[in-house]
Design a binder for this molecule. Structure first.
Ligand SMILES: [Zn+2]
Ligand SMILES: [Zn+2]
Length: 177
């Protein structure tokens, strides 16, 4: 294990916790399985799709340079501790799903166990069930007819043919959405 990187991740995140340790192991495991060097971590060819927003994403950002700003860290909220990694250069992808384990113990114990476990015992290694997300697309903008703010055209709703942003659109909810 790379102690320097683990220390840097804690500094970046602000504390050590079980979630951070999970993210650390996910980044390490991705590097091993997809065959890239953690110190490389520069380009945007590596994409991470995370299925929950959790502490560990700070390791993904720090170690793999996948960031929300660059568009190569994508949230796909499913409430699962699962990460898919795609390498655009090779077309390879892998999905890591955290196996259930007992977290009802002192924090230090949990962290130590996560850092020490072989990755195959920590994560189920699967194929991603979805394609690598496309690169950022450019959209036209339209102006919301209520608040007057500019909004990406695929993000508006129409009522009587007039565009509304999602915050202004009159809610129509019959309990199924
Ligand atoms: Zn944390
Ligand atoms: Zn609006």
């Amino acid at each position: 294990m790379n102690d320097r990187l683990w220390k840097e991740c804690q500094e970046f995140h602000g504390h050590a916790c079980g979630g951070l340790a999970i993210g650390f192991r996910a980044a390490e495991t991705a590097a091993e399985l997809l065959g890239f060097d953690l110190e490389r971590a520069e380009d945007e060819e590596l994409v991470c799709v995370a299925e929950s927003d959790m502490c560990g994403l700070d390791c993904i950002q720090w170690m793999l340079a996948c960031t929300v700003g660059k568009g190569n860290l994508i949230l796909r909220p499913r409430g699962k501790t699962a990460f898919s990694f795609f390498d655009r250069r090779t077309g390879k992808g892998v999905r890591l799903v955290l196996r259930p384990f007992d977290r009802d113990r002192p924090k230090e114990e949990v962290i130590a166990e996560i850092l020490a476990k072989p990755y195959g015992e920590l994560f189920e290694i699967k194929e991603p069930g979805f394609e690598v997300p496309e690169k950022a697309r450019l959209f036209d903008n339209v102006v919301c007819c209520k608040c007057g703010e500019s909004v990406r055209e695929d993000m508006v709703r129409l009522q009587k043919g007039r565009p509304y942003c999602l915050d202004c659109f009159p809610r129509y909810d019959r309990g199924w959405m």
